[in-house]
Design a binder for this molecule. Structure first.
Ligand code: ATP
Length: 604
């Protein structure tokens, strides 16, 4: 279970993360932010102050010069402030847009670099879904954070100015406005909490929905969906998620409607109180008509500002709750030590599993149990066993996708956990059973980011038996794999993609080659050719080879037989066949018998 999974990330820490991130990538962010805040803060004042002078002048002195001056000041100040503000907003928007893109990369990079065990953990996958959707919530990511920050801080400055305007009237009117806003805020907080709870409920179902939508876009699933009539199952799961979505959305919107009605009622009540109070002051000759308009405008600005400050604070807090999921995912701790030591200087690597046991995180069952094995440099080790015996898990430990629960794995006597992970990973060329072929060109799939060496590329294509395939392609190795992005892309056969994966591992040219069922999808001739040239293909490297086809173990120096997580036999083919009661002989004879039976049947 991921450690950071349960960690709470507070509002300030979340916002701090986003402000710091933006500032790190654009040093002008604080400048534009401050300018926007100051400009936004003064926006209401020309419309509060100048109409008072204009109205009082119209009713009283009627001086044309003064009227022209006040009107020019009213229009001019509005024009200057709004123009400067829109320039600042534009600059901030540009920064926010760029920041959001960079934040997307944070998620992508995290997903690619985090501990492998997180990838096999459903709660981390949920966290990653929440992190992605948190950026899309409301006003998208940094746009929302910036605009709310501007609204809040500008609102506070405006309030200080309005405080000055109201210093001439009774303060209880301000207290009353505050009371109204406080009640708005209280209900707003309740609504925000409810909204967040709804969102949490939705994310698991969204992931399920995305999974099924992904399946429909992936050609790979097309055949099984049709032949096994999986569509019924898929549709019923999707239906389930749509129904759940509908139910939650219904509850969600009815709650929002109720709250909105309440907010409207409170606002109307507040307006009535304000107008009544200032009209009474005019009747009592305590203020002029101009001052009446000023106070009404100021009171309305006061209400707007207080509401804006509190409302935007609530909304920022709410957005921060969503964005906290982003921070949690981005700061998700890797549990696996990265190691600091360099690789041992001696390049003839000897790998030793010493009293190793392993269980998957969150599981109580030991999948591999207290086994020891040494793989000398250049050895060809075959790992065999029944389904679920733990063979692939053995490879995951060897390649440090997981670390042993008990015991140690040593490289030339050094615990591999102390060796720098990235360096250690360079030692392995691996073809997993469920290898990944990407929608890149064939050449990119083989070379990945390991340099562009034409001769070496041709060599591995030959070794993997891909030459004849490449020759039939118009664009040769530049042919796109799959049709996702290129209409001329090719849907290679299972065997051909396995050969591409093999070519990729050979291109890496690492000292240890690990092949997990590397010929499972190959035709008998291609398989024969690979076996025949196995020594040439591996050429002096250490090789760990998993196969259910036991006849292929013969060219390995030594065979390790796993059964129910235990290493039960170890030796060469001939040695193991001398143990007639042993698992190896049992499995080998069962497979050989099949060929003998088939031969006899055909002869008869
Ligand atoms: N991420 C995981 N979490 C929990 N259990 C797992 C995980 N991966 C594999 N297992 C379990 O570990 C056991 C060993 O799996 P493993 O893939 O190592 O077997 P295998 O010998 O390679 O099998 P096969 O021959 O079928 O490929 C199985 O019971 C499997 O269900």
């Amino acid at each position: 279970m991921a450690k950071a999974n349960r960690n709470h990330v507070g509002t300030l820490r979340t916002l701090g993360y986003f402000y710091r991130f933006t500032w790190r990538h654009n040093k002008r962010y604080p400048l534009y932010l401050v300018l926007s805040i100051l400009l936004k803060a003064v926006v209401p004042f020309p419309n509060i102050m100048f109409p008072k002078y204009i109205i009082d002048e119209l009713i009283g002195g009627k001086s044309i010069e003064k009227l022209v001056l006040y009107t020019a000041l009213l229009i001019g100040s509005n024009l200057v402030i709004s123009s400067l503000l829109s320039v600042c907003n534009h600059l901030l928007q540009f920064i926010n847009m760029r920041t959001n893109k960079l934040l997307d990369f944070v998620i992508i990079n995290k997903a690619m670099a985090m501990d492998y065990e997180h990838i096999e953990n459903a709660s981390v996958l949920n966290m990653s879904e929440k992190a992605t959707s948190s950026m899309k919530w409301g006003t998208w990511g940094m746009y929302g954070v910036t605009s709310k920050t501007v609204e809040i801080l500008a609102g506070i400055i405006t309030l200080a100015g309005l405080g000055y305007v109201f210093s001439t009237v009774e303060w209880w009117i301000v207290a009353l406005v505050l009371l109204f806003v406080a009640s708005n805020m209280y209900f707003g907080a309740k609504l925000s909490e409810a909204n967040h709870r709804f969102w949490g409920k939705m994310s698991g179902y969204n992931r399920m929905f995305d999974y099924f939508r992904g399946i429909l876009k992936d050609f790979k699933f097309g055949k099984d969906i049709r032949l096994y009539d999986a569509s019924g199952l898929i549709l019923s799961r999707q239906q389930e998620s749509i129904q759940f979505n509908r139910k939650i959305s219904g509850e969600w919107s009815s709650l929002n409607v109720k709250y909105n009605m309440l907010f409207n009622f409170l606002n109307v009540l507040q307006q009535m109180v304000l107008y009544g109070y200032f009209a009474a002051k005019v009747f009592a000759n305590a203020i002029t008509i101009g001052s009446f308009t000023m106070y009404i405008a100021a009171a309305s600005a006061l209400k707007d500002s207080i509401e804006n400050v509190f409302g935007e604070t609530l909304r920022l807090r709410e957005q921060a709750k969503y964005l906290a999921e982003f921070v949690r995912f981005a700061e998700l701790e890797d549990v696996k030590p990265r190691g600091q030591e360099a690789l041992p200087a001696e390049r003839d690597f000897v790998i030793e599993f010493r009293k190793v046991s392993f269980k998957y995180p969150g599981s109580s069952e030991m999948i591999l149990k207290d086994f020891s094995i040494t793989i000398p440099f250049g050895q060809k080790l075959s790992v065999v066993g029944m389904n679920g015996a733990g063979k692939t898990t053995f490879i995951k430990l060897l390649t440090r996708l997981y670390d042993p629960t008990e015991g140690q794995i040593l490289l030339n006597g050094v615990d591999i956990r102390t060796i720098e992970l990235a360096e250690y990973e360079k030692l392995f060329s691996v073809v997993f059973q469920d290898f990944a072929i990407f929608a890149f060109s064939m050449k990119e799939n083989i070379q990945m980011t390991m340099g562009d060496q034409a001769e070496k590329l041709q060599e591995v294509i030959d070794k993997a038996g891909l030459t004849s395939v490449v020759e039939t392609l118009d664009k040769g190795v530049d042919t796109a794999v799959y049709k996702y992005f290129d209409e001329d892309g090719v849907e290679f056969s299972g065997g051909e993609t396995q050969k591409i994966a093999l070519a990729r591992s050979l291109y890496k040219d690492a000292p240890v080659v690990v092949l997990d069922e590397p010929t499972a999808a190959l035709d008998p001739i291609a398989e024969y050719e690979i076996y025949n040239r196995f020594n040439e293909i591996i050429s002096g490297k250490t090789a760990v080879y998993i196969s259910h086809r036991l006849s292929s173990c013969r060219f390995c120096d030594v065979i390790a037989v796993f059964h129910q997580g235990r290493l039960i036999q170890y030796g060469s083919h001939d040695e193991l066949m001398l143990e007639p009661e042993g698992k190896y002989a049992e499995m080998f004879n069962a497979q050989a018998q099949y060929y003998v039976d088939e031969g006899t049947a055909q002869a008869g």
